[in-house]
Write a protein that binds this ligand. Structure first.
Ligand code: HMG
Ligand code: MG
Length: 297
């Protein structure tokens, strides 16, 4: 992979739609197919979590069953425990992701256990994934702030990220769950984590609540990070972080990266169409400045 190539992890169908109103499964399937057609190579397609906790994702199995898979594209699923892992396997997910947090309070609210308990809970998932030859991605939430605890020390983020890497996650995605980070803070956090986990195994996952996500990404690229999570149309938020808005919009990230001379392999007009179509199903406007500007032309 050249230094100018960026891997974009599209999390709209999962992180986006988990926090939007319920929509028909056909709209979710269409979204994944549209993203595939736009050239997205990694799509977090759904999650296998408790339907009591996140009812919006209860039909993820149906989504996986009906999407048109393209060779070379990874269709991944979020799995908090072995039960979720087994469901992801049954759905033929290409990869799974486990998710922990750098904040104790958020860990309790999100997955109903402490950070230490979560790490113990992930172990059987990692073992099962290894036996099944499936790669596992790891998330750390609240890397730039927690809705319950406020500031989170970069060292605490690095500690959790190192644990996830050590137990076998091939990549650790650093989540600014509530989108409060600013560029220098983001740089400092990433640099601290990179002392424990090599940069090529790190990803940034920025929500855009305070409108800082693009600036944060731009400030972190010179540090060498080349994997970025984003959601088409800026969909979503987090059910356990009140007021958190969606991820940074994929259209905005692609536009900025292209302007900086990076390659994403994504066809921007098709990506914008994918965002428009899902937003029509949701009855809302895309939350991507780039999409809005292009649509208004
Ligand atoms: P719990 O209540 O402690 O779990 O929840 P439990 O093991 O006691 O099970 C309770 C019930 O849930 C049982 O059913 C289980 O069978 C069922 P009952 O007997 O009551 O009928 N259950 C499941 N059902 C389906 N699939 C499963 C599953 N596991 C248990 N996998 C649990 C613990 C982790 C399950 C729960 O807290 C949960 O599902 N949490 C998920 C929350 C979530 O999805 N949050 C959003 C994703 S994370 C995120 O958005 C952040 C991220 O984007 C990064 C960032 O931005 O920072 C990744
Ligand atoms: Mg998120």
């Amino acid at each position: 992979m050249s230094d100018r190539q960026i891997k974009l992890v599209e999390v709209g169908p999962r992180d986006g739609l988990q926090n939007e109103q319920a929509i028909p499964v056909s709209a979710k399937i269409q979204l994944v197919n549209d993203l595939t057609a736009a050239g997205v190579s990694y799509i977090e397609t759904g999650s296998f979590v408790s339907p009591k906790w996140v009812p919006q994702m209860a039909d993820s199995g149906d989504v996986f069953a009906a999407i048109e898979r393209k060779k070379g594209v990874t269709y991944a699923a979020l799995t908090p425990n072995l039960k979720g892992f087994e469901a992801a396997r049954a759905a033929a997910a290409d990869e799974v992701a486990i998710f922990g947090a750098a904040s104790e309070s958020f860990s309790q609210k999100n997955i109903n256990c402490s950070i230490a308990e979560s790490l113990a809970r992930f172990e059987p998932v990692l073992e099962a994934a290894k036996a099944a030859n499936l790669k596992v991605r790891g998330y750390v939430s609240c890397v730039l702030g927690c809705p319950y605890e406020g500031d989170i020390a970069p060292e605490q983020v690095a500690w959790v990220a190192e644990k996830l890497f050590a137990v076998g996650c091939y990549e650790v995605s650093l989540g600014d769950t509530i989108g409060v980070g600013t560029p220098l803070k983001a740089q400092r956090m990433l640099a601290t984590v990179a002392e424990k986990v090599p940069m090529q195994h790190l990803a940034l996952h920025f929500h855009n609540t305070y409108g800082q996500a693009l600036a944060n990404i731009a400030s972190c690229l010179p540090l060498g990070v080349r994997t970025l999570d984003s959601a088409v149309a800026g969909l979503g938020g987090c059910p356990y972080a009140k007021g958190a808005s969606g991820n940074v919009a994929s259209e905005d990230v692609v536009y900025m990266l292209e302007g900086m001379g990076y390659e994403t392999g994504i066809h921007l007009p098709h990506l914008i169409s994918a965002g428009q179509r899902i937003c029509a199903s949701l009855g809302q406007q895309p939350r991507s400045q780039v999409a809005l500007a292009e649509i208004a032309k």
